[in-house]
Design a protein around this ligand. Structure first.
Ligand code: ZN
Length: 81
């Protein structure tokens, strides 16, 4: 029961890490991560407002938004299937 708590960048709710989707700026997932709820609403909100750049500490141009969207939606769909 000692799962770390992380904050969803879209809605600001704090949840156990396992209940959030982790994203990273790099393809291999290394480096800083940003977390969103496993929900289409939070994923879309964070994508639309490009809310990932700041927590990941990279410029918006450093993020492959198309890939990120695909990854997030895949995880949302898998979890809610
Ligand atoms: Zn959220």
């Amino acid at each position: 029961m000692s799962e770390p708590i992380r904050t969803c960048i879209a809605c600001g709710l704090k949840k156990p890490k396992g209940e959030l989707i982790r994203t990273a700026a790099s393809l291999d997932g290394e480096g800083r991560g940003a977390y969103v709820c496993i929900s289409a609403a939070c994923a879309e909100r964070a994508l639309k407002r490009k809310m990932f750049a700041r927590p990941l500490r990279v410029g918006e141009d450093a993020i492959d938004w198309v890939r990120l969207e695909r990854e997030l939606m895949e995880k949302v769909n898998l979890t809610n299937a």
